[in-house]
Design a protein around this ligand. Sequence first.
Ligand SMILES: Nc1ncnc2c1ncn2[C@@H]1O[C@H](COP(=O)(O)OP(=O)(O)OP(=O)(O)O)[C@@H](O)[C@H]1O
Ligand SMILES: [Mg+2]
Length: 283
Amino acid sequence: MPATRPKKRRPGAHIAVAGVNHHYRRSGSDVLSDVNFEVQPCEAVALVGRSGCGKSTLLHIISGLTLPSAGEVRIDGALVTGPSPQWIVMFQQPHLYPWMTVEQNVGLGLKFAGRPRAEISERVRELLHLVELDGYSRRNVQELSGGQQQRIALARSLAVYPEVLLLDEPFSALDGVTRRALQRDVRRIAVDMGITLVIVTHDIPEAVAMADRALIMTSDPGRIADIVPIEGDRTDREKRGAFAQASQKALQTAFERATGRTADGPLAQTSSGNLKVIAAGHR
Ligand SMILES: Nc1ncnc2c1ncn2[C@@H]1O[C@H](COP(=O)(O)OP(=O)(O)OP(=O)(O)O)[C@@H](O)[C@H]1O
Ligand SMILES: [Mg+2]
């Protein structure tokens, strides 16, 4: 496990998902069926689909938290058989330990890896600078806002030099301004550090802001129905406003085509409600 700083900037890891099917023991039918795709090193891919189509299940399978009923996931050619600090999942909630300080939360993975205290302190300082929370190391996490807590969770994820970051709607509980700032920061950090990203989202603007490609999933069972490339600057799509708008439109159109949704019903039961906006646009 690369808990120590890699000697050179890495190119990111390659992910291959092949023939993945999944059914949960309690549910009779397949949740995922014949899912196949690859993510190139250092690429960012968004999984976009309606609520319940199997996005989180697929992300958990990539991370090794869930083993697929059939098929396999390989990261840099190695079969994924369980979780690893090399591929980290970030969830919707930051899941910080409230009885620990910011420094203890961020340095936890390094502590488990047996790194010396001075090295952990130095690394935590560096990471807090990266997520723009310099000087917060001694603070109690309960004193922080939701956005700040999510930044701490991001710093903790990055502490162990992961090669893959798997994001399960990690910004959906945050306000729009904080969400956009974090989307941009995570993308920039991933490009700088050589991290491959897989982002689960309901939110088409989020997919456009963060990803190089969007994989559109359909439900019952969950499948990849379409793959849409996203144009524009990799680290800051706002710099390419026209590209972002065109990509958003293309992705919205592809989503509606793939899911076959009309304007009659909500496209997803989401906290952000963004896909409902898409439906409204087709009235
Ligand atoms: N542990 C479980 N046991 C049984 N069924 C499950 C389990 N987890 C998820 N499911 C079912 O699998 C399907 C896919 O769930 P999943 O959480 O992967 O969807 P999702 O696309 O992430 O949805 P959302 O956008 O609402 O988060 C759903 O029908 C859900 O009820
Ligand atoms: Mg989910």
